[in-house]
Design a protein around this ligand. Structure first.
Ligand code: ADQ
Length: 501
């Protein structure tokens, strides 16, 4: 059974009847690469997440997507304005590419974005690296994105949607030249409390950049609160706590929370393909002892995801509850990420050592307790792993939302699995039937794994059924963003104002 999807093109047009739709993100939806045959070009398409949800909408509306041209053959296919029509087989919207040099990637992307904003927003100021050259380049690249946007909206009205922490300054650059445009921004990671955010030497500039939007969205009300508080104290904005607006220099930004979600149907379909039972059997044969239970973790290899804490808890589990040896196996899929950054490199080594240590202590000739698969796994295979996993453990130390938790719930079509979910993942606010864990307490975490594995089937079904019944999709999420954005643009309230108390 599929869930009804809102007609997003209609929702957008209703809110913005005369405006062109422009999306701006660091990553691009289509990447051109050199194929194996000499001279041939292949196209990498959007896979999963927001990119693949936005792509059909842009195809329906026919707007522009502005993004970094990261593919090795990207420059070959664009026109003189750095534009290419996508998708290749039925060009329906425009992809406008912004070029980044080697220094840009190091300073704007790996530097300011991922070695300053990312750790700061994930409450790891100890991992931040403050360098004037990072900031300088972040400003420059944001200006370049803004210029590409301005170029694309020449002579037209537009609604411009910026994505994420790579582009905090671009809205202000755009607003200063085109005050008539409607601008919105979605911040996909947490916004930290002021005590942490004020560590940023550029706090005021970052806030001013974002306050140039008509709408700023976060996953949780607490992130929106933190942002408003920072805007008041560090940028001197006037806050209306009831309306949840911040006014600076005569412009008012509406600040709202929109918990993002996933394409539920895509996971349900992938988990229930005709040969799913045979495929799951093959995975079981490969990794599990006869009749054994499966635990699953799917994460980017990032320090915010709490992988060392998860492995410590598993070590405690097999040490203290020997009844789970040879009866319970854990597959951790960890896709390498930002490996040019030292902290990520160290993390990768650390989890390798931990997996090796656990397997050395408790493994036998016929059984390996932990399988650490450092690779990307296609979505259809992920869905099968999710479906067959008896438990899925999300151990984030800090996470804006965490889509893995939602993907597990969507793929659990038999409703027999149990979700262990960190109380520090944004998703925990919407999934009260998950089993809560505190990843900083590995002994309790181990007890939670034990209890989850011992949970009666009826209770597992009750919890999973309740979570599945209340899931909302990424399409609902987008519809809400557009409705609030339209209202903000007209200076109205759309009716989902959060009670600040
Ligand atoms: P991420 O930090 O990347 O996103 P998350 O929400 O967990 O975190 O999404 C990860 C995505 O990558 C999932 O869709 C997952 O399936 C996929 N993935 C993970 N490991 C994979 C693997 N080995 N192979 C293939 N796919 C894999 C940021 C924020 C989050 C927020 C999202 C969306 O940090 O808090 O939920 O944006 O706003």
């Amino acid at each position: 059974m599929t869930t009804p999807k809102p007609d997003l093109a209609a929702v957008f047009r209703e809110q913005f009847p005369d405006r062109k739709f422009i999306v701006v993100s660091n990553r691009e939806p289509y990447e051109h690469r050199w194929a194996e045959e000499v001279g041939e070009i292949s196209v990498q398409r959007p896979t999963g997440g927001l990119t693949s949800a936005l792509d059909p909408l842009l195809q329906a509306l026919g707007g522009t997507w502005v993004a970094w041209g990261s593919g090795e053959a990207d420059a070959t296919v664009v026109d003189e304005q750095n534009r290419v029509g996508v998708p290749p087989e039925r060009e329906s919207y425009r992809l406008r590419r912004v070029w980044l040099t080697h220094h840009d990637i190091h300073r704007y992307y790996l530097g300011f974005s991922n070695q300053f904003l990312w750790p700061l927003c994930h409450l790891r100021p100890d991992l931040t690296r403050v360098r004037s050259r990072y900031w300088e380049r972040y400003r420059r690249v944001n200006r370049r994105f803004a210029e590409a946007v301005l170029d694309e909206v020449k002579g037209s009205d537009a609604a411009v949607w910026f994505q994420d922490y790579h582009l905090a300054l671009a809205p202000e650059f755009v607003r200063s030249r085109r005050p008539d445009l409607s601008l919105a921004h979605f911040w996909h990671i947490p916004w930290p409390p002021i005590e942490i955010f004020r560590i940023s030497p550029q706090a005021e500039y970052l806030l001013r950049g974002l306050l140039a939007n008509d709408l700023v969205g976060f996953h949780l009300p607490s992130f929106a609160d933190n942002f408003l508080h920072c805007a008041e104290e560090l940028a001197g904005a006037e806050i209306d706590w009831e309306r949840r607006t911040a006014t600076l220099g005569g412009h008012t930004a509406h600040v709202r929370d929109f918990p993002i979600s996933i394409d539920i149907d895509a996971f349900v379909e992938a988990a229930t393909v005709e040969d799913a039972p045979a495929q799951m059997e093959r995975i079981r044969d490969r990794y599990l002892p006869q009749g054994g239970k499966l635990g699953l973790g799917i994460d980017r290899l990032d320090y915010s995801k709490g992988l060392p804490q998860k492995f410590k808890a598993l070590e405690f589990l097999w040490e203290r509850y020997p009844e789970f040896r040879e009866k319970f196996t854990f597959i951790q899929v960890a896709v390498p990420s930002r490996s040019d950054i030292e902290a990520y490199d160290e993390l990768a080594e650390r989890v390798d050592r931990q997996a090796w240590h656990i397997n050395d202590l408790y493994g036998t000739d016929d059984w390996q307790p932990v399988h650490l698969l450092k690779q990307s796994v296609p979505q259809n295979r992920l869905a099968l792993l999710y479906r067959m996993a008896d438990i899925c453990a999300v151990s984030s130390l800090q996470d804006g939302m965490n889509l893995v938790a939602k993907e597990y719930v969507a793929s659990q079509t038999d409703e027999t699995g149990a979700l262990l979910l960190s109380i520090f993942a944004g998703a925990s606010a919407e999934l009260p039937e998950a089993l809560p864990i505190n990843p900083y307490d590995p002994e309790q975490f181990a007890i939670a794994v034990r209890d989850a594995l011992n949970l009666p089937e009826e209770e597992r079904r009750r919890r999973m059924g309740a979570m599945r019944g209340s899931q909302r999709s990424i399409f609902d999420w987008m519809g809400e963003v557009f409705t609030e954005w339209g209202a903000a643009d007209r200076g109205e309230e759309a009716g989902t104002v959060v009670d600040p108390g």
